[in-house]
Design a protein around this ligand. Structure first.
Ligand SMILES: Nc1nc2c(c(=O)[nH]1)N[C@H]1C(S)=C(S)[C@@H](COP(=O)(O)O)O[C@H]1N2
Ligand SMILES: [Mo]
Length: 421
C-alpha cells in the first residue's frame, strides 16, 4: 500500500515533465482511420463538399455520433413513467454545468405542459399584500443568475445496502448543476410584506401530484430563487416550465417545479412529502423529519464502469464534488481503497452549493486498483465511509446516502462498482 503512494507521487512528477504523454499517441482507432482515407495526410470526404446551411438547425442538437449521451432510467425503480426518474449521464460530461437536455428528471405525477400566459403565482397567508403574479409581472422584478447543484435526496439510495448500480449514471446521476435566473424569493417576500409572525412557507406545484413542501422562513429569506431560466434559456418543461423554486443545497424535493403558490404561516403543513415520504426511518424505529441539506459528496466520473481505461500509462482521473453547506474545500483521491490519499486539483472558480470538478493525474500500471474520492467542505465536514454511515443511520435509510464510493479497476481496464469496508 505504501509503495503505491510512492509510485503515484513519482508518476505525477513525471507527467509534469510531459514525457509520459508520448505513450498516448497513435491508438489503434487512429491507425485504422488513417487506412480509411478520411484522415491526414488524405483529404477527408467532408472537406470535398459544402456543409449544411445554418438554417438546417434553427435549434441545435448534438451530432449523431453523440446519440448515446442521454438520460436513462432504471425500470425496477418506479412503477410508472409518470412517477419516475431519469438520470444525468455524468460519465459523458465535462466541467460542472449540466446541459438542459441531460438534467435528471424526477416527476411524481408526470411533466405537465403549462401555458405561461395562463400560469400564475399566488402569494398569500401571513402577508400584508396577498398577490397573484403573472409571468410578465414576475419578469419585471430585478433578477439574479446563480449556479447551483440540485440533488434528489434519494441519489445513491439504491446502494445503501451494498453496491448494485453498475455505473455512475445510476449510482450518482440524480444531480444536476445549472445557472438559474429569476427573482430572489426575498424580493417577493418584501414586496408582499411577509408578517414577522410567519415562520414557515408552503410551496405548491401545478402538476398532477401538486407537490407541496414546507420550508422554514430563514431559508426562504436567504438564498432561494424563483426561477424561469436554466442555463440561459427558459426552463425545460420537465424541469418546471415556466417557473420553479430553486432551494440551494437542500434536498431537491423542496425545489418545487411548476410553482403556483407560496403560503406563509406559523407551522409546517406536514404534507405527504415531509411525513410518509422524505423522512428517514432510524434503527430505533423513530423517523427523522426535515433533513434538509445535502451533505458533502464526491464521485469519480472518469474512469467508471461506463468509461473503462483505454490502456496502461497516463490517465487523468476526474470527478465531481459538492456540498449543500457551502463550498468544496478539498478532494482527496485514493488508488488503493482508502489506505493512502492524495489531494486532487479543484477547477476554479469553486462556487458555493455548486458542483466542483476535481482532477488528478494517474499512472496506471495495469494492476487491480480501488479508486475512491473523499470531499471535505468549508465547514470541515468530511465525506463519510459507508461503514460510518450505516453506524449512524442504521439499515432502513434510503435518502441522504453520501458515502465514499469505490470503483475497482480490473486488470483488463474495465471498471466495476464495489463496496470496500
Ligand atoms: N411540482 C413538483 N415539483 C417537484 C417534483 C414533482 O414531482 N413535482 N419533484 C421533486 C423532486 S423529488 C426532485 S428530485 C426535483 C427534481 O428536479 P428536476 O426534475 O428538475 O431534476 O424536483 C422536485 N420538485
Ligand atoms: Mo427527489
Amino acid at each position: 500500500m505504501k509503495n503505491n503512494r510512492r509510485h503515484f507521487l513519482q508518476s505525477a512528477a513525471a507527467v509534469t515533465g510531459g514525457a509520459l504523454l508520448a505513450g498516448i499517441a497513435g491508438s489503434k482507432e487512429a491507425q485504422a482511420a488513417v487506412q480509411s482515407g478520411n484522415l491526414p495526410p488524405d483529404v477527408p470526404s467532408w472537406m470535398k463538399k459544402l456543409g449544411t446551411g445554418v438554417e438546417a438547425a434553427p435549434y441545435g442538437e448534438p451530432v449523431k455520433y453523440e446519440r448515446d449521451v442521454i438520460r436513462r432510467n432504471v425500470p425496477f425503480l418506479t412503477a410508472t413513467t409518470e412517477s419516475s426518474v431519469s438520470f444525468t449521464p455524468l460519465q459523458d460530461l465535462d466541467g460542472v454545468i449540466t446541459p438542459n437536455g441531460l438534467c435528471f428528471v424526477r416527476d411524481h405525477g408526470g411533466t405537465p405542459v403549462v401555458d405561461p400566459v395562463q400560469h400564475r403565482l399566488m402569494i398569500h397567508g401571513l402577508v400584508e399584500r396577498p398577490m397573484v403574479y403573472s409571468m410578465v409581472d414576475l419578469m419585471r422584478f430585478p433578477t439574479e443568475s446563480r449556479i447551483y447543484f440540485t440533488e434528489c435526496a434519494a441519489n445513491g439510495g439504491m446502494d445503501w445496502r451494498g453496491a448494485q448500480m453498475q455505473g455512475v449514471q445510476f449510482s450518482h446521476g440524480m444531480v444536476h448543476c445549472c445557472e438559474w435566473t429569476g427573482v430572489k424569493l426575498s424580493t417577493l417576500m418584501n414586496e408582499t410584506g411577509v408578517s414577522p409572525k410567519a415562520k414557515w412557507m408552503l410551496a405548491e406545484g401545478a402538476d398532477a401530484a401538486a407537490m407541496t413542501r414546507s420550508i422554514p422562513i430563514e431559508k426562504a429569506a436567504d438564498d432561494v430563487l424563483v426561477a424561469w431560466s436554466q442555463n440561459g434559456e427558459r426552463l425545460r418543461a420537465e424541469n418546471g416550465y415556466p417557473l420553479r423554486l430553486v432551494v440551494p443545497g437542500w434536498q431537491a424535493n423542496t425545489s418545487v417545479k411548476w410553482l403556483r403558490r407560496l403560503k406563509f404561516g406559523e407551522e409546517p403543513w406536514e404534507t405527504r412529502e415531509e411525513t410518509s415520504k422524505y423522512t428517514e426511518l432510524m434503527a430505533d424505529g423513530k423517523a427523522l423529519q426535515f433533513t434538509w441539506a445535502m451533505l458533502a459528496k464526491s464521485v469519480i466520473t472518469r474512469p467508471c464502469p461506463e468509461k473503462p481505461l483505454a490502456g496502461k500509462g497516463f490517465c487523468e482521473v476526474s470527478g465531481l464534488a459538492w456540498s449543500g453547506l457551502g463550498k468544496v474545500k478539498r478532494v482527496d483521491v485514493s488508488f488503493d481503497g482508502g489506505a493512502n490519499w492524495a489531494p486532487a486539483s479543484l477547477q476554479e472558480p469553486v462556487l458555493t452549493k455548486s458542483l466542483t470538478r476535481f482532477r488528478i493525474p494517474w499512472e496506471w500500471n495495469g494492476q487491480l486498483a480501488y479508486l475512491q474520492s473523499r470531499v471535505i467542505d468549508e465547514t470541515g465536514y468530511i465525506q463519510p465511509t459507508i461503514v460510518e454511515m450505516r453506524k449512524a443511520w442504521g439499515s432502513n435509510a434510503v435518502y441522504h446516502k453520501n458515502a465514499i464510493y469505490t470503483w475497482r479497476v480490473n486488470q483488463n481496464g474495465t471498471v466495476d462498482s464495489v463496496e470496500v469496508n
